[in-house]
Design a binder for this molecule. Structure first.
Ligand SMILES: [Fe+2]
Ligand SMILES: [Fe+2]
Length: 165
């Protein structure tokens, strides 16, 4: 498939976003399961529910485009998942995992904010106002989650991690 129109570019971006959201559904489950802090755990569980809606919204945009909802592998999200697996293989303490998971979540949200921040003006450009609005709702939820995680990262109590020798 050649990409030389705004619509091609939009559809290509949408396919990558679709893949990203689907993979994040699994990743958020992993983040929830591996975290110990209750607030962190429930935060990931809540955002996972929102992520299901994000997947539905993208499917709705594909429908409006009369295109088949088809994911295309996004190497960035695969890399983030791999980084988490690699970290977990190093036998980290519960506290270290919590701190790592906050950062991992933040990185994913930053990526999604950038993804939707680019798709929305393209939808506008294509005159797809409904699609732009629905993607805007998702963007706001990603930004909220990013803000929550950033606050948790800043307020993290490093006293729970052992002091290095
Ligand atoms: Fe999302
Ligand atoms: Fe998200």
């Amino acid at each position: 498939m050649t990409i030389d129109t705004t619509e091609d570019l939009f559809v290509s971006g949408l396919k990558h976003a679709y893949h990203t959201e689907q993979r994040l559904l699994e990743a958020l489950e992993e983040l929830e399961e591996t975290s110990s802090n209750e607030e962190l755990k429930s935060g990931f569980a809540e955002h996972r529910e929102k992520t299901e809606i994000h997947v539905d919204r993208i499917e709705g945009v594909f429908e409006r485009l009369d295109a088949e909802a088809e994911p295309e592998e996004d190497p960035v999200v695969e890399g983030m998942i791999e980084a988490h697996e690699e970290f977990m293989s190093k036998d980290p303490s519960d506290e270290a995992i919590d701190r790592f998971n906050i950062a991992a979540g933040q990185k994913a949200e930053h990526y999604e904010v950038a993804t939707y921040g680019n798709l929305i003006p393209m939808a506008d450009q294509l005159g797809m106002d409904d699609a732009a609005d629905t993607l805007e709702e998702t963007l706001r939820e990603e930004q909220d989650e990013l803000d929550t995680l950033s606050e948790m990262g800043e307020a993290f109590d490093y006293g729970e991690l052992s002091v290095s020798q």
